[in-house]
Design a protein. Structure first.
Length: 305
C-alpha cells in the first residue's frame, strides 16, 4: 500500500483503518503492535506519523481459533452461504453469542461452516441478533469487509426484516408504531417506550390472519432495538403469545402459547444488498413445527368442527 501525498501527517493506525476495508481502528492497532504492518521492513508504532509516498507492508495472520472444548449442538439449517455472508434458520432455544455455558449459534456455525475471519478470530461476525426464543433468519459476516458493509446497510436502512408473530387480541388491519426507547427505570433487565430517550424505535405491522382471541401479524422492523417487537406490541395492547417477560398471564397461559412452548415470534424473511456485489439477497425461513402447531390450535378454536 502506497501512502498518498495528501495523507501526510496522518497516524499509521488511522490510515490503515480508513483504507483497508472492514479494518477497525482497534484491529489496526493490534496488527501494528504485532509487527504485521511495516514500513521499509521495520516495525512501527500505531501513532507513527506518515509523510506520504512511503509503502506500508501489511500482512494479515491466519485467524485465531478460540480456545475451549469442542462445541456440540444441532445442525444449523443454512438459507444462504458464500465467501462473504452466511444466513441460517436459527432454531428457538439457542443464544446467538457465546456466554452462559450453553452452545451458541456463533460457536456452532464456526464449527459447522468454516472458514471465518473477523477481527482476527475464526468466528462469524455478528451483525444483528435474535432472542433465544425467537426462530428464523439470522445472518453473519465471514470477513471484516463483509461485516463493515452489512453494518452500513443497516445504518442506511437497506435491510428488510419481516417477522411473523401471534398476539393476544384483535389488532387494527395495519399500523405503524414509533416512540422513544430505553431501559425500564423500574427494571433494568427490561425495555420500554414509556421513558424519555433520544433513541427511537419504529415498526409497522399488517394482519395476516384473524383468529379467535388472537391475530397473526407480519411485522416490519424499521429499527433494531433489543426486545423491540415484544415491547412495542405489548405496550400497544397486543402482547406476543407466550412472552414470559412482557406479556400478561393471559398471553402465557393461552392454549396456543402452551402448544408453542415459547414466545410466538419468527423471523420469516430477510432481504439485503450483498456485502460484496450489492445484488439483492432474499431468503425465507419456513414456519417451524411448533409455530404451525400453535396456529392449528387457534384455527380449531376459530372454526370448530
Amino acid at each position: 500500500m502506497i501512502v498518498a501525498r495528501e495523507a501526510a501527517g496522518e497516524r499509521l493506525d488511522k490510515h490503515l483503518s480508513k483504507h483497508v476495508p472492514g479494518l477497525s481502528l482497534e484491529r489496526a492497532r493490534q496488527l501494528i503492535a504485532q509487527g504485521h504492518a511495516r514500513i521499509r521492513g521495520k516495525k512501527c508504532q500505531p501513532t507513527r506519523k506518515l509523510w506520504g509516498g512511503e509503502e506500508i507492508e501489511l500482512s494479515l495472520p491466519s485467524p485465531r481459533v478460540p480456545q475451549g472444548p469442542a462445541v456440540e449442538g444441532p445442525g444449523l439449517p443454512v438459507l444462504h452461504d458464500d465467501p462473504h455472508l452466511v444466513i441460517v434458520d436459527k432454531p428457538a432455544g439457542l443464544v446467538v453469542e457465546p456466554g452462559g455455558g450453553a452452545p451458541s449459534v456463533v460457536e456452532l456455525l464456526a464449527a459447522q461452516r468454516p472458514p471465518f475471519d473477523v477481527e482476527g478470530l475464526a468466528r462469524p461476525g455478528v451483525v444483528h441478533r435474535l432472542d433465544r426464543e425467537t426462530s428464523g433468519c439470522l445472518m453473519f459476516a465471514r470477513t471484516d469487509a463483509a461485516r463493515a458493509a452489512l453494518d452500513q446497510a443497516f445504518q442506511q436502512k437497506r435491510v428488510d426484516k419481516r417477522y411473523w408473530t401471534l398476539v393476544l387480541g384483535e389488532t387494527p388491519e395495519r399500523e405503524r408504531l414509533e416512540g422513544p426507547y430505553g431501559r425500564d427505570p423500574k427494571d433494568p433487565r427490561k425495555f420500554t417506550t414509556r421513558v424519555k430517550s433520544a433513541r427511537r424505535a419504529a415498526l409497522a405491522f399488517e394482519v395476516r390472519e384473524r383468529l379467535q382471541g388472537a391475530t397473526l401479524l407480519e411485522v416490519q422492523l424499521e429499527t433494531g432495538r433489543t426486545h423491540q417487537i415484544r415491547v412495542q406490541l405489548s405496550e400497544a395492547g397486543f402482547p406476543v403469545l407466550g412472552d414470559g417477560v412482557y406479556g400478561p398471564a393471559e398471553a402465557r397461559s393461552h392454549p396456543a402459547a402452551q402448544a408453542l412452548g415459547r414466545q410466538a415470534l419468527h423471523a420469516l424473511r430477510l432481504a439485503l444488498p450483498h456485502p460484496a456485489t450489492g445484488a439483492l439477497v432474499r431468503v425465507e425461513a419456513p414456519l417451524p413445527e411448533d409455530f404451525q402447531k400453535a396456529l392449528e390450535v387457534l384455527r380449531k378454536v376459530h372454526c370448530p368442527a
